[in-house]
Design a protein around this ligand. Structure first.
Ligand code: KG4
Ligand code: ZN
Length: 344
């Protein structure tokens, strides 16, 4: 075995994806994700069911990650795991598993903040893409989070703004639910939006100071609008689905773009790195391209598999922490509310 190579097993279990990855330094050898389908029939993540599914998935997922990477447990240098933020029951499964395995193998344990991992996913070594240089703005847009941060170094990340209520992915999913679309509705809104007129219907954008976000008012506005129009015409949704989706998506994208623009003006930083499941949205990708040309921004979006929740991003933070000898003690526990930059 090459002495210079660090092999990290990373585990992610913060929400409804059970994931394990093996990294060889900054390269991903395997990244296995078991998405829990059970939540679809409930129209959202049910925490109790998520913990149970993690219990069932974790051993086969880790086993598969090792097999795919062609790595034996004895070759591992350390185990990294998501400590938080996330659902407590879900986090406990990954945390307990990581602690036990590290203890059994007598190798270091490394705790990772999930939000830091979304940002540092940009540093996963990928021959086709280059990573942003410091400083850059990071924007994580997912089903659980909406956050803009200033990244001065791998471990110097400052929160500039975040959602005060629903996450942007929730705004997509809850709007979709109002329209009778299945969970998660974000990708479907995106699909129908591409066929519709984004200016057909107007929704009120929330007024939120600084770089913070709010999406719950928008959701309520959409609900009342649909109820009102459906009373007049019971086929309103089916007759206007594409235009409704396009208008909802347009409003959400405008909210995001306004805040990004504000962040670039406030910080003078023009490198923008996006992550999280919502970065798959075709409308936001298009708008970012247009704005980059217009304002001279450089934008970075990782491979989709590293945008949504995955263990490879936990592994890359694990690697940087390993290089700093930043290891965790065995008595560490999961942390449901875990802000970037806090310790202990
Ligand atoms: O990062 P992710 O996989 O999991 C969380 O940590 O939440 O993000 C999932 C979220 C869901 O809300 C889903 O509807 C949204 O990302 N999403 C999209 C698209 N693809 C996924 N939202 C809008 N357009 C898409 N194309
Ligand atoms: Zn996430």
């Amino acid at each position: 075995m090459d002495k210079e190579t660090i092999y990290i097993l990373a585990i992610e279990s913060s929400c409804d994806d059970t994931s394990a990855a093996i990294l060889s330094n900054k390269k991903v050898l395997s990244n296995v994700v078991a998405t829990q389908k059970i939540h679809e029939e409930y129209g959202g993540v049910v925490p109790e069911l998520a913990s149970r599914a993690h219990q069932q998935n974790i051993v086969p997922v880790v086993h598969q990650a090792l097999l795919k990477a062609n790595i034996d447990k004895k070759q591992l240098s350390a185990i990294a795991f998501t400590r938080g933020p996330g659902l407590m029951g879900s986090l406990l499964v990954g945390t307990s598993f990581a602690k036990s395995l590290a203890l059994g193998l007598k190798i270091p344990l490394i705790e990772v903040n999930h939000m830091q991992a979304h940002i540092l996913a940009h540093f996963i070594e990928d021959e086709l893409k280059c990573a942003p240089s410091f400083p850059f703005l990071g924007m994580t847009i997912s089903g659980g989070h909406t956050q803009i941060v200033l990244v001065r170094d791998y471990f110097d990340i400052k929160i500039l703004g975040e959602s005060l209520d629903d996450a942007v992915g929730e705004a997509f999913d809850k709007s979709a639910k109002i329209l009778g679309l299945p969970y998660p509705g974000g990708p479907l809104i995106d699909k129908y939006a591409q066929l519709g007129n984004p200016k057909k219907f107007t929704f009120t954008k929330p007024k939120v100071d600084g770089l913070n976000f709010s999406f719950s008012g928008l959701k309520t506005g959409i609900l009342y609008f649909i109820q009102r129009e459906s009373k007049k015409n019971s086929n309103f949704i089916s007759e206007n689905l594409n235009d409704i989706c396009a208008s909802i998506q347009y409003t959400i994208i405008q909210i995001l773009m306004e805040k990004i623009k504000k962040a670039t003006l406030q910080t003078g930083v023009k490198q923008i790195a996006i992550g999280g499941g919502v970065s798959a949205n075709s409308g936001i990708r298009k708008e970012l391209k247009i704005a980059s040309k217009k304002y001279g921004w450089t934008t970075y979006i990782p491979d989709f598999q590293y945008c949504t929740d995955n263990a490879a991003m936990i592994g890359i933070v694990g690697y940087f922490k390993y290089m700093r000898n930043d290891f965790s003690k065995q008595h560490i526990s999961a942390k449901a509310r875990y802000v970037i930059g806090t310790k202990g």
